[in-house]
Design a protein around this ligand. Structure first.
Ligand code: NAP
Ligand code: FE
Length: 368
């Protein structure tokens, strides 16, 4: 057995985590750029808690509240210019994966003035100014991962920024998620679930990362029932946030694989929310495994008898209709095969026709 484990984010989980631990901000910097989406942070209490914590500890701040879903490099550059002009020394991402991922990329751009949207993917290792993450969805786990998934309109795709930016501190207070609409709750929960699945089945999974998956699946057993019954009470909100963070810790070690890589064009070209784009592909991905030993273990942890039972849950939770042509599927499949990182994480060899099959069975219910 041989592995490395590295997850340096300091995690604060629980109600009022931000205000109870407000001194953390002061220890990290003296002037913050707060990065949020357009409106939810101001409505769910997270923005108020963060600004109160900063005011009470004498940390200056300014706000950038223009992050769109699946943040673009253009938006990231715009925010970074504001951060540079105002000489901020750390970035606080408040929101779902989009603002948290944007905050990480902005922190890289601020630290490296020579970096812009044209040269960010040059492969050079870059440092960042510190990042704090305050999660308001339970799905991406971005608060505990090093990844920043951005939209490149030049390359017409979503992709990992390719830098390692773990937040210095991560706050997980499930009370921010009480009013998360049902559809976003489902989509983000399924994102966390696909992280557990892909991380657990990844060729990079290790004993330690698997411990996270095992606890995550155990939590999901109950979370699936609550989602199906629409019983989204405090206990559910707490459990799903914990499952999402565990899933984030898992993929920080093992990465994601086929559904995540294959889902990017479904978001970019067809507008599917991230969690939905992965989960619509998950069942066919699972069925495509030749060796089902680990899948059996996963089903045991979920206390399900077989894949058909899991598929039954997915069918009740998601209903995706995508207009897609044979040519589009072929193009997505070919592009996906050039994503060597995602392929490396898949333990079995796959060919173009396997990827085409997963897309067409998932989206058209048949083999094209
Ligand atoms: P999101 O794109 O951050 O937000 C989706 C929607 O939910 C937005 O309209 C947002 O509104 C709203 N929202 C957020 N929190 C809310 C709350 N508490 N109550 C009500 N509405 C709320 O969604 P996400 O699924 O969390 O993040 C997806 C992004 O994360 C994708 O770009 C994906 O690629 C990335 N991701 C990253 C990682 C990683 O490891 N870094 C892993 C998986 C996915 P506002 O815009 O007004 O805030
Ligand atoms: Fe994801």
């Amino acid at each position: 057995m041989e592995f490395r484990y590295f997850m340096p984010a300091e995690l604060y989980f629980g109600e009022d985590a931000v205000l109870k631990n407000k001194d953390i901000f002061k220890a990290i910097g003296s002037k913050a750029l707060i990065v949020t989406g357009r409106s939810s942070a101001k409505k769910n209490g997270s923005y108020d808690d963060v600004t109160q914590a900063l005011s009470e500890t004498g940390v200056e701040y300014l706000l950038f509240d223009e992050v769109e879903e699946n943040p673009s490099l253009e938006t990231i550059e715009k925010a970074a210019d504001i951060g540079k002009a105002n000489q901020v020394d750390f970035v606080i991402g408040v929101g779902g994966g989009s603002p948290m991922d944007a905050a990480k990329a902005i922190a890289v751009f601020i630290k490296n003035p020579e970096i812009n949207t044209d040269n960010i993917f040059s492969g050079k290792e870059l440092e960042s100014i510190p990042v704090v993450a305050v999660a308001t969805t339970s799905g991406t786990g971005s608060e505990v991962t090093q990844y920043s998934i951005v939209t490149s309109n030049i390359e017409k795709t979503k992709k990992n920024l390719g830098q390692i930016v773990f937040p210095k501190a991560a706050f997980l207070d499930y009370k921010y998620t009480y009013d998360l609409p049902y559809d976003i709750t489902v989509n983000t929960a399924l994102d966390a679930f696909t992280h557990l699945v892909e991380g657990f089945l990844s060729s990079k999974s290790t004993t330690i990362s698997e411990l996270y998956a095992e606890k995550g699946f155990e939590l999901f057993k109950d979370c699936f029932e609550r989602l199906l019954d629409k019983e989204l009470d405090r206990e559910f909100r707490s459990n799903i946030m914990l499952a999402s963070a565990l899933a984030g810790m898992l993929i920080s070690q093992s990465g994601t694989s086929l559904p995540h890589g294959m889902g990017y064009p479904l978001t970019y070209y067809k507008g599917l929310p991230h969690g939905l784009a992965n989960s619509v592909l998950t069942m066919e991905y699972l069925k495509s495994f030749k060796d089902k030993t680990k899948i059996e273990k996963m089903l045991d942890l979920l206390q399900l008898d077989n894949l058909a039972d899991l598929e039954g849950i997915f069918k009740k939770l998601i209903d995706v209709r995508v207009e897609i042509t044979e040519e589009e599927i072929m193009e997505y499949a070919k592009n996906f095969l050039s994503n060597k990182d995602k392929l490396k994480n898949h333990p079995e060899e796959v060919q173009l026709e396997d990827i085409v099959q997963i897309y067409s069975r998932s989206l058209c219910g048949e083999v094209l």
